[in-house]
Write a protein that binds this ligand. Sequence first.
Ligand SMILES: [Zn+2]
Length: 271
Amino acid sequence: MSLNSAAATDYYWPVSGGQLWLPAGRPSQVKPGGTSACFRIDLPETDSAAKHWIALSDAPEWLAKEHWISLRELLDELDSGALFWASRALQVGHWWQRHRFCSCCGAELPAPQSELLAKGELVRICAVCHIRYYPAQTPCIIVLVTKGEYCLLAQHQRSRTGTYTALAGFVEAGERIEQTVVREVQEEVGLNVTQLTYMNSQSWPFPAQLMLGFYAHYDSGSIVPQPDEIKEAHWYHYRDLPKVPPVGTIARQLIDGFVQRCEMSADDKAR
Ligand SMILES: [Zn+2]
């Protein structure tokens, strides 16, 4: 799916229970009926003539059942523009549905004020104690550990697809992300790593993470998978990889980048 951001089109993104409603695999261009909240989610710096709206409802049977879809099923099909909006809609929807009360005084939070929305400020302000609540993302790291022409890939205990992927984990309170990378690799597979390189980031709306992608060089230790998290973990040669995550994920970008680097250096050696 790609969206025409040059045309003055309205795109509606209905969100419910972590799913998007996409008839014919695209956001609706007419406002869906039965919404209890519908507001703009454009960012001020978004360079687009199109307008993007989130649509939300409290009704259990809201819109035609067959058009609700999980973004995980679309990762292969979306271009980066459509992925941005789908991801943003899901995260704003999660914030709306899971942050309904002030965590300080317990009062019910009102809808975002339209004059603030018009300025691109998406916020719910407690009417009693005036605390402001913004949609937030939780930072996480994802790291591909490499050793020459080999990379470390792990299958998670919770994997339903048998995929082998890079290691990932949440940034703890007070931690720098570099510390998180070192700690997560040590915890999950018992290895020490060095020479961290930041690659790229990806908003990951399952439900509200920001993934920060790194490469790290193997330094010392032997693989000991953490049994609660990791089913198995091995070194894989870049020409002989197992089943890896789909295109559209940052894990895949890290793996593809590593393979490309190895191929280029093999070409150099062959010359
Ligand atoms: Zn309050």
